[in-house]
Write a protein that binds this ligand. Structure first.
Ligand SMILES: C[S@@+](CC[C@H](N)C(=O)[O-])C[C@H]1O[C@@H](n2cnc3c(N)ncnc32)[C@H](O)[C@@H]1O
Length: 315
């Protein structure tokens, strides 16, 4: 059994308000549901960043400042299915850049699928997968002194509170060397009418994705959540710029989890916070990196200016 999963679930469900970490969305079913989400008409995030990776590939390559005649490591945090990255990888391969690609993901299933896919689509590419929590693998970056480009796409950073995002970038900096780069993909603050449907699609796939977390706890930790008594609830205000996903209990109920040996009570209407998805602007990014050793080198936008890829340079 995954001890971290058990401990974090117990901690989150014993807190007030209750919460569960979003990184546990990604079991085999969660990975597949997220791929479905990325293809939903409402989920503009993937399409917007993919447009940058498809239409501005050379601009991305020029901004990360790599040279065809010197080796570098391309590291991706939370690579998922690599939809957007493949556009960049194909072009780097075509132009004969000398690099290894290190996708890191907490989901071993996602990594396995990605590796198989890359082996067929870009057979020349050297891929070294690393399974684990990206908070824990940061220190291992220090093991090599090769120049590095770290991809952190899909607004994954938005799943962290700002203070946590600062610490994360700060720690990343401590493990990189001057001149190394981060390619940071972030969703930009925009109107509720655009943002909210991305977390509340008509087909109900996001709801399934959110509730799958309870199903995963049932299967892996021996719990008895009745999924008919919980509902997906998304929230977003443009002023705050943070989309939140919750699971709401639709009745007064108690749930037992064998692995923790505890039961947890839920009042009707009580929420479990499962994910935040922060949206950004230049000022927020400046604030987050203010006390780190990174500076913004470039910002690349999609045609609707919904999404930005910032290139941060380690000073
Ligand atoms: C929202 S998906 C985004 C995937 C991809 N970066 C993209 O932009 O399409 C998040 C990915 O990050 C992984 N992930 C989430 N939290 C993680 C963590 N703490 N450590 C490592 N991987 C994580 C998930 O397994 C999933 O594959």
């Amino acid at each position: 059994m995954n001890e971290n999963f058990k401990n974090e679930v117990h901690k989150g469900l014993s807190s007030n308000p209750k919460s569960l970490p979003s990184k546990y969305f990604y079991d085999k079913k969660g990975d597949a549901l997220f791929v479905e989400i990325m293809n939903l008409p409402e989920y503009y995030l993937t399409r917007s960043e993919l447009e940058i990776f498809q239409n501005k590939t050379q601009e991305l390559i020029d901004s990360i400042g790599v040279q065809t005649d010197s080796y570098f490591e391309l590291i991706e945090l939370g690579a998922g299915d690599g939809t957007k990255t493949k556009e960049l990888l194909r072009e780097l391969d075509k132009q004969n850049y000398n690099f290894d690609y290190f996708p890191i993901d907490i989901s071993s299933n996602a990594l396995k699928l990605l590796e198989q896919d890359l082996n067929t689509q870009i057979p020349n590419l050297r891929v070294q997968t690393r399974q684990g929590d990206y908070f824990e693998v940061l220190a291992s970056l220090k093991n090599s002194k090769q120049p590095k480009v770290v991809l952190f796409l899909g607004s994954n950073i938005g799943n962290m509170q700002d203070q946590m995002a600062f610490k994360f970038i700060y720690n990343l900096g401590a493990n990189l060397q001057p001149g190394d780069k981060i390619l940071l993909g972030v969703d930009l603050i925009k109107a509720k009418e655009i943002v909210l449907p991305a977390y509340n699609d008509k087909k109900g796939i996001t709801a399934k994705f959110n509730l799958n977390l309870l199903d995963r706890i049932n299967k892996e930790l021996g719990a008895n959540f009745n999924l008919n008594h919980f509902e997906h609830q998304p929230e977003y205000t443009e002023k705050e710029g943070i989309a939140k996903s919750c699971i709401v209990s639709t009745t007064n109920q108690t749930v037992e989890i064998n692995a923790t040996g505890n039961s947890y009570t839920f009042a009707e209407g009580e929420k479990i916070h499962t994910e935040i998805s922060r949206k950004y602007n230049d000022q927020l990014i400046e604030n987050i990196i203010a006390n780190t050793n990174f500076s913004i080198q470039t910002k690349i936008l999609d045609s609707k200016a919904y999404f930005a890829d910032y290139i941060l340079k380690r000073d």
